[in-house]
Design a protein around this ligand. Structure first.
Ligand code: BES
Ligand code: ZN
Ligand code: ZN
Length: 473
């Protein structure tokens, strides 16, 4: 979907279709007709008046979400027709709607057809947005929101790809392609490197896979960078659970266990395209958790990069083992880090606790966590903090090693996983670290809002929003 801005008189803009967002049907010239058709100005309500060539959609409030859902609904309707273009009058909408309109359009029109044998012809439709005058700000919003939406859609494409053709080496190659496109650096390290660098926690997880584990390190270093930020991602290209095998029903969708890593790769691409004034590193542990004669086992003791020993009590709690080493690698390789964030589909417990729509935010710095939640909400994502406490901390103690990879309680699993990671955050970085558990929103099994079935691209928008204002934090 192509989007253009126009400062022409709205009536003079030529288009096949007019899209009208309504919060109250009394505001419409077509009130009577809309009433007869049973149209209500609520989220996802839509009528197409073919004769007068209008698409009406409802919205419930002036939030980003409501506007984005409304335009996504209209665009999906437009996509079912053969009309080439549509126009929308921005002046009729709440101020600051442009971001939601652009992102709702580009995210709502996404579809994943890679594995469909019948190839549909890609429709080249256009949305013309009428603005008061062609101010620079509007152009800037269009440009930034287009980059952000592309990054979300790139993440969705990667997450949706099947594990047979998206394994660690493929992820690493894609990272290189993204880096090349954004003119940034990308280094990839295989298992020899992991061994030489004492990353045996990560290495053990991938041992039973036929695919070699890969450590991906993308870096964007603009001149006079104001801050140094590291994003670390869990890139489990498949999580079968390992010897602590997942039940069949729970294994389906585990191609999405790479979502954190995919979000990090696409976010790096977007940050470079946006030209943000920060040095940003993206570090992803790309690994496949499988079974086999060489598989790591419950009862194994692993040596992480920082020298800590880990008792494996469940091989399905593998993400934290990969992240432990990736966090150490990041802190050993990169000096004077200002912020270090990690992204992972880490626990089913997070989904149970906060639902399918919300990211769990954890860490040691209350202000940073609060600001992350605010940035997420502003960006169109949902997030909430989950607080650590001294009692849950005791539940991951081990009798035989420094720490156990699972807790001795069934409750608070998202928090105990976050507290496990805290063991691999160095003292000087404790207050600079945030852990984002995106297990809920990363993968959509029943479409919601402007998210179709499959990968949602969770993490990308909130991170960019957070970084855009990180100077003030
Ligand atoms: N990848 C899963 C977590 C997950 C579950 C993500 C559902 C998305 C949807 C993770 O590796 C895992 O299996 N975690 C276990 C931890 C447990 C063994 C302590 C879990 O959540 O059950
Ligand atoms: Zn697992
Ligand atoms: Zn996992």
């Amino acid at each position: 979907m192509k989007i253009t801005l126009s400062s022409k008189n709205f009536k003079k803009i030529k288009a096949d279709i007019e899209i009208i967002l309504l919060s109250d049907i009394e505001e419409s010239k077509d009130e009577k007709l809309l009433e007869t058709l049973g149209f209500k100005a609520v989220d996802e309500a839509c009528v197409f008046l073919a004769e007068s060539q209008k698409i009406y959609v409802g919205f419930e409030d002036e939030t980003y979400d409501s506007i984005a859902i409304a335009i996504a609904t209209a665009i999906k309707k437009l996509q079912t027709t053969k009309f080439k273009n549509a126009k929308l009058d921005l002046s009729k909408l709440p101020s600051e709607s442009l971001k939601a309109i652009v992102e709702g359009t580009l995210l709502g029109s996404y579809s994943f057809k890679k594995y469909k044998s019948e190839k549909e012809e890609k429709k080249k439709q256009e949305l013309v947005i009428a603005i008061a005058d062609k101010e620079k700000l509007a152009e800037e919003i269009l440009n930034d929101s287009t980059i952000i939406s592309k990054a979300v859609n790139k993440t969705r494409d990667m997450v949706n790809s099947a594990p047979a053709d998206f394994y660690p080496q493929v992820m690493a190659d894609l990272a290189k392609d993204l880096a090349k496109d954004a003119s940034i650096d990308c280094k990839v390290h295989g298992e020899k490197f992991l061994d030489r660098n004492h990353m045996h926690s990560m290495l053990s997880v991938g041992r039973a896979s036929i695919h070699e584990s890969q450590l991906i390190h993308m870096s964007y270093k603009p001149k006079d960078a104001k801050k140094k930020i590291v994003l670390v991602g869990k890139g489990l290209t498949y999580d079968s659970g390992g010897l602590s095998l997942k039940p069949a029903d729970y294994m389906v969708t585990m191609k999405s266990d790479k979502s954190g890593g995919c979000a990090v790769l696409a976010t790096l691409w977007a940050i470079a395209k946006l030209g943000l004034p920060y040095e940003v590193h993206g570090i992803v542990g790309a690994v496949e958790n499988m079974i086999g004669g060489d598989a790591y086992k419950p009862d194994d003791i692993l040596y992480a990069k920082n020298g800590k020993t880990i008792e494996v009590r469940n091989t399905d709690a593998e993400g934290r083992l990969v992240l432990a080493d990736c966090l150490c690698y990041a802190q050993d390789e990169i000096d004077d880090i200002d912020y270090i964030f990690d992204y992972a589909t880490l626990t089913g417990a997070c989904v149970v606790g906060v639902g399918h729509y919300t990211t769990g935010i954890m860490g040691n710095n209350d202000i940073l966590k609060r600001n992350a939640v605010l940035a997420a909400l502003k960006s169109g994502e949902y997030a909430t903090t989950l607080d650590f406490n001294r009692y849950l901390k005791k539940s991951i103690k081990s009798e035989i090693a420094d720490i156990s990879n699972i807790a001795n309680t069934r409750y608070g699993g998202a928090i105990t996983a976050g507290m496990f990671l805290d063991n691999f955050v160095y003292e000087e970085n404790k207050d600079k670290w945030i852990h984002f558990d995106i297990a809920g929103p990363a993968y959509v099994e029943s479409a919601w809002g402007y998210n179709p079935f499959g990968g949602s691209g969770a993490g990308v928008r909130m991170t960019i929003q957070f970084l855009k204002n990180i100077d003030n934090k």
